[in-house]
Design a protein around this ligand. Structure first.
Ligand SMILES: [Zn+2]
Length: 381
């Protein structure tokens, strides 16, 4: 009964609001295209970048004894690279050789090249695998990411955290803060002097306040939480989402369950709506159980003048393991692109059925959100 009431609320309050905004954006786009680009800020988020050992093997390039993950992202890149800010969770340390998969990962740093080449601007480092390779793993991950992209979540020391956190980045003149924390590090203590952000409500309150002091106009919390393989957020996540909204966070993006979870909205006492994507599923992995073989890109569009969210939507994609263009790889395929032109991919009958199942399941789970994928401005650069 309670669930039904919440669903109705979400449907009645958010859906019309989002639909109207989409309509307005369309009109602006059609009538004054320039306005759309200059006044709106597009944020894109993706879930967990995993690195199971078969993925490492698939990315290996004998020539030069190196790795290349760029083909994995090639079909999704047009949807990521067009965002003003794109954020993804790097669930594995870049700890150097020997490379390892589950349960204690070390991935080649070329994995980060694949992600940044696809258009991701910020890589998140606070998750349950951050300490898989100890302090050395954290140190090397930070060192490798420093050369490639913005990143946040794990730090070499408290002093480094004090100076670099919250991460605030300026997008089209708007200051956006990206916060990141995790429920745990698989029971492995964080070695001193390293710091990995944990879910600590008192600390989060101080971090949000610090972001505002440093002039952040929009605050995003990317949080590693929930129970693996559960498709609905649990009570702990819902309570935390309420807390985060009240603490002043404007948008909540979850990861960790390895499946897409439901979308909801939480309210501040002043009735401000705070969208919650409870889990975006996997970005890339070797997992194949129903629901783990894909993920979503979440898109959130902000009006930069008011700092208000205009609308949210999402793009499902399927992780196809196999040969395309005569190369075996883990390919992220936007399901709508595939369904529109399956002949362009040629993934075979079994993968075809799994891809369609993934899209149907995801659409059913996110039935209170539009899958208006054409609202992603796609460029084929
Ligand atoms: Zn995790």
């Amino acid at each position: 009964m309670r669930k039904k009431t919440l669903f109705l609320l979400v449907t009645l309050v958010i859906f019309p609001l989002l639909s109207q905004s989409v309509q307005q954006v369309d009109n602006e786009h059609v009538i004054v295209g320039e306005y759309r680009d200059s006044e709106l800020i597009t944020l894109v988020f993706a879930g967990d970048i995993m690195s199971h050992f078969p993925q490492v093997k698939a990315a290996y390039i004998q020539q030069g004894d190196s790795f290349d993950y760029r083909p994995c992202f090639q079909y999704l890149k047009p949807y990521i690279a067009t965002a003003d800010l794109a954020v993804v969770n790097l669930e594995v340390p870049l700890a150097g050789k020997p490379y390892s998969g589950y349960p204690q990962f070390s991935a080649p740093e070329q994995l980060a090249d694949g992600a940044t080449d696809a258009g991701f601007d910020v890589l998140l480092t606070a998750n349950n695998h951050t300490v898989d390779r100890g302090g050395k793993g954290i140190e090397r991950t930070i060192q490798q990411l420093d050369k490639r992209s913005l990143h946040t979540g794990a730090f070499r020391s408290q002093a480094e955290r004090d100076s670099l956190y919250p991460l605030i980045t300026e997008v089209k003149g708007m200051k956006i803060a990206v916060l990141n924390c995790t429920y745990d590090t698989n029971g492995i203590p964080v070695p001193k002097p390293f710091v990995v952000n944990m879910i600590d409500t008192a600390q989060i309150r101080r971090d949000v306040a610090k972001a505002r002091e440093r002039a952040a106009e929009f605050v995003i919390m990317c949080i590693h939480w929930g129970i693996e393989y559960q498709t609905e957020a649990n009570a702990t996540q819902q309570e935390l989402a309420g807390f985060l909204a009240r603490a002043g966070v404007d948008l909540i993006i979850g990861s960790h369950p390895h499946v897409v979870q439901n979308f909801s909205v939480v309210y501040r006492p002043d009735s401000t709506q705070v969208p919650v994507f409870y889990s975006l599923g996997n970005m890339i992995s070797n997992q194949s159980k129903r629901g783990t073989n894909g993920g979503i890109l979440a898109k959130v569009v902000i009006d930069k003048n008011t700092c208000n969210i205009q609308y949210c939507n999402y793009l499902p994609f399927f992780v196809y393991k196999g040969n395309l263009q005569e190369r075996y790889q883990y390919y992220l395929i936007p399901t709508v692109d595939y369904i529109a032109r399956p002949q362009d991919f040629g993934i075979g009958n079994t993968a075809d059925l799994l891809l369609r199942q993934f899209q149907d399941d995801t659409q059913a789970r996110l039935s209170n959100l539009p899958m208006t994928l054409d609202k992603f401005t796609r460029t084929d650069d």
